[in-house]
Design a protein around this ligand. Structure first.
Ligand SMILES: O=C(O)[C@H](O)C(=O)CO
Ligand SMILES: [Mg+2]
Length: 256
């Protein structure tokens, strides 16, 4: 593999296997890290064993979204839901400590306005102060409004302001090229502008969020360009395979 290091997002990849077996599959495919969405039903001992066996680090887990059937997508920026949001964070932190996870993605939820922003900031400060002594960082991710109408956080500038208002340390932006392209594009200059507060990068084809081998974004150009723009971390493959995950992995060969 070139200088690019890839992380397999197991919320989308190898979902036909148990999570421990998905970790093993990621290792065989050449990924150098994994990231999870909501692994909470998976036994931590079994997951830990697969991680130890493969040596893959876990870059992140998400806080729970709430009542998904009712359209909820996180609670951290939803006034009136503060206690539940804190319980979700504590659950994520407990799981992160049990298996060893670098970051928790705190999901903001659907809301708007100054009360929602203040609610999010209060939650993030509290969460960061709880997680930092345990060596766990916080990520916040602007999402696109086409997939998640009404989501509170949709824009890097707003996310960077929130990080600053939280005091700057321990909280970073998850820069997902898929969402960024849908919410205005200009990905490389946006990355450069917010580089100092970016803590993870993800990608997928736009517009269909499948393998990064077609569509609006030329990943063979974009990902090395982000390295040139100063990114030193992993690139999270957060796409929904068109078929079996293994069959769609040819996109990786262009980076070898
Ligand atoms: O959908 C995404 O891009 C996220 O990274 C996520 O974790 C859940 O929405
Ligand atoms: Mg993402």
């Amino acid at each position: 593999m070139s200088d690019l290091r890839f992380s397999a997002n197991l919320g989308f990849l190898w979902t036909d296997r148990s999570l421990p077996d998905a970790v093993r599959a990621a290792k065989v495919a050449g990924f150098e890290a994994v990231e999870l969405h909501w692994p909470y039903e998976t036994d931590t001992a079994q997951l830990k064993a697969a991680l130890a066996e493969t040596g893959l680090p876990v870059l992140g887990v998400n806080t729970l979204r709430g009542d998904v059937a009712a359209g909820e997508f996180g609670l951290a920026a939803v006034p009136g839901r503060e206690e539940e949001a804190r319980r979700y964070f504590e659950r994520a932190l407990g799981y992160a400590e049990a298996i060893g996870v670098a970051n928790i993605h705190v999901m903001a939820g659907k809301s708007e306005g100054t009360a929602a922003r203040q609610c999010f900031i209060d939650h993030l400060r509290w969460a960061r102060d709880l997680a930092a002594p345990k060596g766990v960082g916080i990520l916040i991710e602007p999402l696109n409004l086409r997939d998640v109408p009404g989501y509170f956080l949709t824009d890097c500038a707003a996310a960077a302001d929130i990080v600053a208002d939280c005091g700057g340390s321990g909280i970073r932006i998850m820069f997902d090229c898929y969402h960024m392209q849908i919410m205005g594009g200009d990905i490389v200059s946006r990355f450069q502008r917010f580089r100092d507060v970016i803590g993870h990068v993800q990608f997928a084809a736009v517009p269909d969020r499948t393998e990064p081998d077609h569509g609006e974004l030329d990943h063979a150009w974009l990902l090395p360009e982000l390295l040139r723009a100063g990114w030193h971390g992993f690139f999270g493959a957060e796409y929904k395979p068109r078929g079996k995950t293994d069959i769609g992995l040819n996109w990786m060969t262009q980076f070898r």
